[in-house]
Design a protein around this ligand. Structure first.
Ligand code: ADP
Length: 485
């Protein structure tokens, strides 16, 4: 096939449940395609409730031994998993590019980013400190301990097939939880390759399982099964709400990384070249398919024209193509519906008075390739102002005052990432405090790192991933009240 792996065993077409590689009970499968060629890469099992229940039961059986290990023992195993991911970075990146489409260099970056969560949480495992609280009565002492929450279920999307898994599995395993992972059906091979490496790293059977197949059947079982104590999800706000409802019956803890509608604000006093560079990175990375991609670019009137011109010049340098080819900076979109949404957003904007100043249509390469696109004259009544485009479209809105742009930036139910460019220190503080977002990029378009807390407010989510805060989502706090002292 298209894969040329140094270690062919990393390409797994079966699921990993309770330490064994298995097919669906009824033998059914789903096909996985390469979006850059339209060709089939292979199949994965189409599993449902029964197989998922077995994975959950295996996670439950593996829990006592895993949580009883010392933090150092767990850290050493996780460290090994991290090392193996970095040793196989090229193979993992190739699998990622072939199933997802992002350029190979970007895929390698994702593997390093993804692995960094395993490294970070291996280190953090040893620092899950509790507290000793001064007692409220003379004969009492109060101690607070942190314990793993239990069996965790993770449901992950296709836009970061590696990192959205490690960001959840890293803290879960470090804390002493066990985990059942359901990757997106478009990108299961990255998840299965990581399971293969987890096995080689010595992660005991049942501690990690990967189940592919029907999202509704697997998601239904993961949310209904009382053994699962926490659901961690990255994906759309629509599915996130549905999963929260399903989790209500058994009162599971939930971690939700949902949609965004990121404003990217360029003030008159900004370094315009830096703002253009940041906008290109934030907008066109992963072909615009990240939940922190700039979705609405607000440019102050005094610099609007020069910014638009420079952005178009920079966008013209983006080479579109198969991510395995050298020099390609933008791959295909994930599938045909993704292209249709981009087309709808452009058509809606144009019908209401926006102008296409760059790109604007499907790429000559066909399939789901799309031209990097820039729209000017964009206004708040257009669909691009309200919905996440999830594609390579940069809509430029013009604004006059700081107060106006803060109001427009906050006029959305989402609150994940926001960006702004200004060199005025007073404005930097004012705007940073006024925007209702969980993450704010100031004079930068790139904000993701394992050392900082990633997460949203409003309908963008619940909880934080990465950083010293990220492990809190996988522990319960227990308070010991000691009397009779
Ligand atoms: P995206 O638009 O990024 O594909 P989705 O929210 O549709 O986001 O999908 C994210 C993940 O949620 C994927 O793994 C998908 O299979 C899963 N998913 C989709 N629908 C459901 C559902 N009804 N129940 C459980 N999981 C689901």
């Amino acid at each position: 096939g298209a894969l040329k792996l140094g270690d062919p065993k990393l390409f797994r077409q079966q699921c990993f449940i309770d330490g064994a590689w298995v097919d669906a009970d009824d033998g059914s499968t789903i096909e996985v395609n390469n979006p850059a060629t339209g060709k089939t890469l292979g199949t994965v099992p189409k599993m449902g409730e029964a197989e998922t229940r077995r994975a959950v039961e295996a996670a439950n059986a593996a829990l006592p031994a895993w949580r009883s290990k010392t933090a150092k023992e767990r850290a050493q195993i996780l460290r090994k998993w991290f090392d193996l991911m970095m040793q196989h970075q090229d193979d993992l990146a190739q699998i990622l590019t072939l199933e997802q489409g992002k350029p190979f260099a970007e895929a390698k970056g994702e593997i390093a980013y993804g692995a960094s969560f395993i490294e970070w949480f291996a280190e953090e495992a040893k620092r899950l400190y509790g507290d000793v609280v001064p007692g409220h009565q003379a004969d009492k002492r109060i101690v607070v301990i942190k314990q793993p929450i239990g069996v965790v279920a993770a449901i992950t999307p296709w836009n970061f097939p590696n990192a959205m898994i490690t960001r959840k599995a890293g803290p879960a395993l470090a804390a002493g939880c066990t985990i059942v992972i359901k990757p997106a059906s478009q990108t299961p091979y990255s998840a299965l390759a990581m399971a293969e490496l987890a096995e080689r790293a010595g992660i005991p059977k049942g501690v990690i399982s990967v189940v592919t197949g029907s999202a509704r059947a697997i998601g239904g079982e993961l949310t209904a099964n009382p053994i699962v104590r926490k659901l961690t999800f990255t994906g759309s706000t629509e599915i996130g709400k549905l999963l929260m409802k399903q989790c209500a019956d058994t009162v599971k803890k939930v971690g939700m990384e949902l949609g965004g509608n990121a404003p990217f604000i360029v003030f008159d006093d900004a370094d315009i070249d830096a703002a253009v560079e940041g906008a290109i990175a934030s907008k066109y990375r992963n072909a615009g398919q990240t939940c922190v991609c700039a979705n609405r670019i607000y440019v102050q009137a005094g610099v609007y024209d020069v910014f638009a011109e420079k952005l178009a010049a920079a966008a013209a340098k983006i080479k579109v193509g198969n991510g395995m080819e050298a020099g390609v900076a933008q791959g295909p979109l994930i599938d045909e519906p993704a292209v249709q949404k981009v087309e709808e957003h452009i058509a809606d904007a144009v019908s209401k008075g926006a102008k296409v100043v760059f790109g604007g249509k499907r790429h000559a390469l066909g399939l789901s390739f799309f031209e990097p696109t820039i729209l000017t004259g964009v206004t708040q009544d257009m669909a691009v102002a309200r919905e996440e485009t999830f594609g390579p479209v940069a809509p430029l809105f013009k604004f006059e005052t700081e107060a106006d742009v803060i109001a427009m930036a906050n006029d959305t139910e989402f609150g994940l990432a926001a960006y702004f460019y200004s060199r005025d220190i007073g404005r930097v503080w004012r705007v940073a405090e006024a925007v209702e977002y969980g993450i704010v990029g100031i004079n930068t378009g790139i904000i993701s790192t394992e050392v900082a807390p990633f997460g949203g407010v409003k309908e963008s989510g619940v909880g934080r991933e990465g950083s010293k805060y990220g492990i809190d989502d996988f522990v319960e706090i227990k308070y010991l009240c000691m009397g009779g002292v």
